[in-house]
Design a protein around this ligand. Structure first.
Ligand SMILES: Nc1ncnc2c1ncn2[C@@H]1O[C@H](COP(=O)(O)OP(=O)(O)OP(=O)(O)O)[C@@H](O)[C@H]1O
Length: 272
């Protein structure tokens, strides 16, 4: 009996989180299998994650949501190679990173992950250009190439005329765009954004989410942690964590026309 070609079948949310016990397949950027994180608190154990199975493919745009204390930050720390799981496996871009030591984790982190934080985390006394060059300094990129790449990426986030400004000479939205440029400059396999609009007013937050849309359209893989449902709906897939496990994993109900209308009504990104 003939069957529909697989390519024409839309994936269901269940398919999205299916994990092959043999590890990653082509196109997977993140695969976790039975990921546990247990913190020891005196004689007590806190199971912050209790068996997370997650598969994220290249160029997905995923929001991770969940109530306070559900394990979002713990999961972000593991996905961002800032910490190691107590139990379970994690493959990042084909590398099994669950058993690496701190030095090896730091190297993978610098190469594979671009972080964007709620509080921007820029060096206060450094110019935008220098802030964006920093990851390239850490990985030994020659000075001339560093400057060229940092300038290119600052231009791509519409900050071409703000390269020599320090953070206190920039607006909140501009600071976050410098932080996004810094996250992009190493051409990472994923961008991990932790509440990236949390310190911004809603209009500037929408502008920043518009920038994430552009980055996604350019082929980047984006993972966004947020507790705001409106922000999560910018993503194409929403994973909800509850009590340390994936409670739901669904395609977002993203209404592009509503988001685009909101962006169209907002003033253009400032660049002067
Ligand atoms: N370093 C730690 N030591 C002990 N317990 C911890 C530690 N970090 C987190 N926890 C506990 O693990 C659980 C998950 O915490 P986590 O910070 O991952 O949640 P969260 O979903 O990010 O919460 P929030 O939205 O409030 O930031 C909580 O019960 C928390 O108290």
């Amino acid at each position: 009996m003939s069957q529909e070609p697989a390519a024409t079948i839309e994936p269901t949310p269940q398919d999205l989180s299916l994990v092959n016990a043999d590890g990653p397949q082509e196109g997977d950027v993140i695969v976790t299998s039975n990921l546990w994180k247990t913190y020891e608190m005196g004689d007590q154990q806190v199971h912050a994650l209790r068996g997370v199975n997650l598969r994220i493919r290249h160029n997905e745009y995923v929001a991770i949501m969940g109530p306070s204390g559900s394990g979002k930050s713990t999961l972000m720390n593991l996905l961002g190679c800032l910490d190691s799981p107590t139990v379970g496996k994690y493959w990042l871009n084909g590398h099994n990173v669950s058993e690496l030591n701190d030095d090896q984790l730091a190297r993978i982190r610098n190469k594979e992950i671009g972080f964007v934080f709620q509080t921007f985390n820029l060096l206060a006394r450094a110019t935008s250009l220098h802030n964006v060059e920093l990851p390239l300094i850490y990985n030994g990129t020659p000075a001339a190439e560093r400057t060229i790449r940092a300038k290119e990426v600052l231009q791509s986030v519409n900050l071409g005329t703000r390269m020599m400004h320090k953070p206190n000479e920039l607006s909140g939205g501009q600071r976050q765009r410098v932080a996004i440029a810094r996250a992009l400059v190493n051409r990472p396999s994923i961008i991990l954004a932790d509440e990236p609009t949390g310190n911004l007013d809603s209009r500037t937050g929408d502008e920043i989410m518009g920038l994430f849309d552009d980055l996604h359209a350019q082929g980047n893989t984006i993972i966004l942690v947020t507790h705001e449902p409106d922000i999560a709906e910018y993503a194409h897939r929403v994973v909800t964590i509850r009590d340390g496990v994936v409670a739901s994993d669904r395609l977002s109900t993203r209404d592009r026309s509503a988001i685009e209308a909101r962006l169209a009504n907002a003033p253009p990104l400032t660049n002067y």
